[in-house]
Design a protein around this ligand. Structure first.
Ligand code: DON
Length: 568
């Protein structure tokens, strides 16, 4: 009888997930190697951290699909990549499902109910951007956890299994990388200044590579999410901790704001480019619309003949970028709140008109190139996943700046975003990334701030061919644009498309940002044409998966960070 009882208890424990989900994974979190470029047959995950990529691949091996893996990877990133991986921020998922259906899920943060248009202006109307970038008041209502549960509709495995690697990594700790150690040390003072309780990211002496980071409070929050689902974050203990933290630091997110938050299923932006189908993110990301604008403008030219990174191709693409970003600043905002002329903006007629004043060999000017004429009534992270069932998933998520607001919810162990800065705090006043906006992107309670995140999938012969995306603020969309042109037009290797220097123009300021290593002779020629150039140390961290045939997958992680490509 006692034996029967024991077996019965075992079965109950098994069914409730207590045994099967506690299985240790075969990844050693204290000793791991970063892999930049792999080839594999079945499935791959590229993300900002080895332990997160490996957590995703483990899920694929255990029978999960690309959505399962994307969920597990995001949760692991919230633990091992606190600068951008998150549960206190938001993101976008774009997927091509094996059924042939394309979906996108919007889990962008929203402005809290007590937010208002001029909340970041002082008494005489000047912007106080420190408030929209640092600390409690800069946080929007987080969307990530709702997004993960909205993604579950397309997953195969139970959520409890997908979150377990993250719980283990938070509870037992993992070895941090050299870049992580440097980044914690560099943020030490801000972490102290912007928190009401000293967070685990602060250490008396300096962090160094190989030190173990344990996050007990975060592990407990993740367990509440595991056990209670979405309510484990948006209601009860976690919501209470967030609201209490807000009160302590003059923030405005309330329990009511949290309970009200919903992720939204959106119709993705889908368009053709030289025989490929491009699937990407619609509003409230500007990414999809301006990527479509840029690629359609580029399609009219023989870009391939101009060759990679020549003065000719860079000038053309710069002028294309200038025009798209002028439209971003003037027309784009959350379409649930403001009217956006999306159809016109991507129409052939309109785009042809936009390029009419393009002069090869001569720099354009942002004072002359305004937004088009329409008559009408540095921290984010990307992950690319592919499985052997025909699913491809592209996810970009963000806290906005590195470590977001840098404010950790006391007792809950996670960082809050500073996404409010992506609103236009005042028309014409640039945000953290120099992007300007107007009333379309003004703050309104419940509204989503305009984003640049551009998770993208490319189909060739109706099959997933490329999964692409990157962080990088406003440079995100130009990096995706260039990566696609590099692979499709210039026939570059995936590795080169990811790692060769990139450039960026965003209308205002009127300058071309060129990445370190950009060819000197091209810089000279561009300067001669009349362009102002500015060198930047790194543009984005692009993660690309390319599938060229069944069982032929190449996954490349950007060399600019600790990013890692895993597969099997
Ligand atoms: O949503 C956006 O466009 C920005 N919050 C993204 C920020 C970002 O990429 C920072 N990364 N380096």
């Amino acid at each position: 009888m006692r034996k029967v009882k024991f077996v019965f208890i075992l079965v109950i424990l098994f069914l409730s997930g207590k045994i099967i989900y506690a299985q240790p994974s075969n990844i050693d979190p204290y000793h791991y190697k970063i892999k930049k470029n792999i080839e594999c047959k079945n499935g791959a995950v590229v993300s900002a951290h080895t332990l997160a990529s490996e957590a995703g691949v483990q899920i694929l091996k255990e029978g999960g699909n690309a959505i399962d893996a994307a969920i597990a990877t995001q949760l692991a990133l919230a633990v091992v990549y606190p600068g951008a991986g998150n549960i206190g921020g938001g993101g976008f998922l774009v997927a091509h499902l094996k059924s042939g259906k394309n979906i996108s899920i919007d889990y962008r943060e929203v402005a809290p109910a007590a937010a208002s248009r001029d909340m970041y202006l002082d008494a005489i109307g000047n912007p106080v951007t420190n408030l929209s970038i640092n600390g409690h008041l800069s946080a929007g209502v987080p969307g990530t956890v709702a997004g993960l549960f909205a993604s579950m509709k397309y997953a195969k495995l139970p959520f409890k299994k997908l979150i377990q690697p993250a719980i283990d990594l938070a509870e037992k700790g993992f070895a941090i990388t050299e870049a992580q150690a440097k980044s914690f040390n560099a943020t030490h003072d801000d972490f102290i200044k912007l928190n009401t309780t000293i967070p685990v990211f602060v250490k008396d002496n300096l962090w160094k590579a190989g030190d173990t980071l344990v996050q007990k409070d975060l592990a407990n929050t993740l367990k509440r999410i595991r056990d209670l689902g979405e309510k484990g974050f948006y209601e009860g203990e976690t919501a209470k901790l967030i609201a209490e933290e807000m009160k302590k630091g003059k923030g405005i997110i309330t329990e009511k704001d949290l309970k009200k938050y919903r992720a939204k299923l959106r119709t993705p932006v889908v368009f053709n480019y030289r025989g490929h189908i491009i699937i990407t993110m619609p509003l409230p990301s500007s990414g999809g619309i301006i990527l479509e604008q840029m690629m359609k403008m580029a399609e009219k030219y023989n870009v391939a003949a101009m060759k990679f990174e020549t003065a000719q191709s860079v000038q053309l693409m710069t002028e294309i970028e200038r025009r798209a970003y002028a439209d971003r600043a003037n027309f784009l905002g959350d379409a649930d709140f403001v009217k956006v002329p999306v159809k016109t903006l991507v129409s052939d007629k309109y785009l042809k008109e936009r390029m009419k004043d393009y002069e090869p060999g001569k720099a354009g000017s942002s004072t002359q190139t305004k937004a088009g004429n329409i008559k009408e009534s540095e921290q984010t992270t990307h992950l690319s996943v592919i499985d052997n069932e025909g699913n491809a998933v592209s996810v970009t998520t963000t806290l906005n700046n590195s470590y977001g607001s840098k404010t950790v919810v006391s007792g809950a162990g996670f960082l809050l975003n500073d996404e409010m800065d992506d609103f236009s705090v005042k028309p014409g006043v640039p945000n953290l990334y120099g992007a300007v906006g107007n009333e379309k992107n003004a703050i309104t309670p419940g509204k989503r701030m305009l984003s640049s995140m551009t998770p993208t999938i490319v189909l060739k012969n109706n099959q997933p061919y490329l999964v692409v995306g990157t962080p990088g603020g406003t440079t995100i969309t130009t990096s995706v644009f260039q990566t696609l042109v590099d692979i499709i037009d210039f026939k570059m290797t995936t590795d080169d498309a990811v790692n060769k220097p990139k450039f960026h123009h965003q209308w205002l300021p009127d300058q071309v940002d060129v990445e370190k290593g950009f060819p000197e002779d091209v810089k000279k020629q561009l300067t001669k044409m009349g362009y102002t150039l500015k060198e930047r140390s790194a543009i984005g961290r692009t993660e690309v998966i390319k599938k060229t045939a069944p069982q032929k997958i190449e996954a490349v992680a950007d060399k600019r960070g600790d990013d890692d490509a895993a597969g099997y």
